[in-house]
Design a protein around this ligand. Structure first.
Ligand code: HEM
Length: 382
């Protein structure tokens, strides 16, 4: 009884100290591959070189769940394993423009002991996702297998890095791609996910070889380096700000967007590392750039006043991010950095829309502070 009471007190202390729920980017584990790849629905200890565990908690409409993604690649093929907490369908999508739009989707289940793996593409923000073949593309899953037991589904598959199909994301060795994922407990694939959904990063191996090839990796100028460092830290400032706000108000939107900002930091980090740029230590609430430090501290203090202030400062921060990303995109950038900035910009536009719409739900009309009225309207109405 006494130990239960102590555990309860410790739990409450942790909760109020904000130690619970701090969101870190999920760690990508690396290992040597020692086993031959087989599409047999069993993920061998040495079968894949990288893996990451993506998780989402229970919330309204979602029971909560996880997807372990393991992968390896050579110069031509991607080998992927998905192990999800479902016995119906699981799905992964690459490089969405916003929400689910334009994602190269793999949607899979195990039926009658056989893996059913669909090569799909999502044409709208919330679907529909359709088989590539129905859009005039091709089915590019070369081999697949799967297994299902005790509420888990495992899918293993192989595809070309570049399938040549315009409905598939073309991967390159050493490159990083944003991914989305979703799980459902309902076998009907036309029904929305109900276990969990989220996002992550898939970073392929082989960058070292590409880095040796001077033509493949343009050296960054001092201005480009500063820009990249700033953008990484700005994504970190967003994550830390939303974390601070979430600890106070427990609003789900902040929990979601902390995850999203962590994933954005990962995308910036991957391209920094690829260009040999040192990534500063990631200490929550601490920034090298003084402007970001002041902005973070000031917006956090303002946002802690009330739920509406929290949503307002978050919208302000997204406006600032949009302006900064657009500034970077208007200057010369290597293609890989540009691609990351475009992804982050799409993310910030989406976040701004979410905050503005939540404020609207509370009867507040948000007025832009940094964006021109016309651009702001275009973003929130798109
Ligand atoms: C069966 C068709 C699907 C429908 C009708 C659907 C619908 C939706 C809706 C309405 C949302 C908004 C959030 C919510 O209401 O909970 C959403 C979000 C999301 N969906 Fe789907 N979805 C489908 C399939 C998928 C698939 C196959 C994936 C995985 C690749 C996926 C990944 C996501 C993600 C990651 C989000 C969050 C987007 C964000 O906030 O950035 N969805 N979906």
């Amino acid at each position: 009884m006494r130990s239960a009471l102590i555990a309860l007190i410790l739990g409450l202390l942790l909760l109020f100290s904000g130690c619970i729920e701090r969101q870190e980017a999920p760690e990508v584990l690396e290992q040597e591959t020692t086993e031959e790849w087989k599409a047999d629905g069993i993920i061998g200890d040495g079968e894949y070189s990288r893996s990451v565990l993506l998780q989402a908690p229970a919330r309204q409409g979602y029971s909560g769940g996880e997807l372990a993604v393991s992968w390896k690649n050579d110069k031509e093929h991607l080998y992927l394993a998905l192990n999800g907490s479902t016995d119906a369908w699981l799905s992964i999508g690459f490089d969405p423009l916003e929400w689910m739009k334009n994602a190269d989707i793999i949607l899979a289940s195990v039926q009658g002991g056989k893996a059913v793996v669909l090569d799909e593409y999502c044409t709208g923000n919330y679907g529909p996702h359709i088989e590539d073949t129905m859009l005039g593309g091709s089915d590019d899953i070369l081999e697949a297998g799967g297994s299902k037991s005790a509420g888990r589904t495992i899918i293993e598959l192989k595809r070309r890095l570049d399938t040549g199909d315009r409905f598939d994301k073309a991967f390159s060795p050493g490159g990083a791609v944003s991914m989305i994922w979703a799980l459902s407990s309902n076998p009907d694939i036309s029904l929305k996910h109900n276990i969990a959904y989220g996002e992550g990063i898939l970073s392929l191996t082989g960058g070292e070889a590409a880095a040796d090839d001077g033509a493949a990796l343009a050296a960054l100028t001092a201005r480009e380096k500063d820009g990249l460092l700033f953008i990484w830290e700005e994504e970190k400032a967003a994550r830390d700000l939303y974390n601070g706000l979430y600890e106070k108000n427990n609003m789900t939107i902040f929990l979601d967007l902390v995850r999203s900002e962590s994933s954005h930091m990962d995308q910036a980090r991957a391209v920094m590392e690829k260009h040999g740029l040192a990534v500063p230590p990631d200490e929550p609430g601490i920034f090298q750039n003084q402007t970001l430090q002041e902005m973070h501290d000031q917006l956090l203090a303002e946002g802690l006043q009330s739920d509406q202030d929290a949503l307002t400062v978050a919208a302000v921060f997204e406006e600032i991010s949009i302006v900064d990303l657009e500034k970077e995109l208007s200057a010369s950038q290597p293609d890989d950095v540009r691609t990351v900035y475009e992804g982050l910009l799409a993310g910030s536009r989406k976040h701004l829309r979410s905050y503005v719409s939540d404020l609207e739900g509370q009867g507040i009309e948000y007025q832009p502070r940094y964006l021109e009225a016309e651009e702001f309207q275009e973003i929130v109405k798109s």
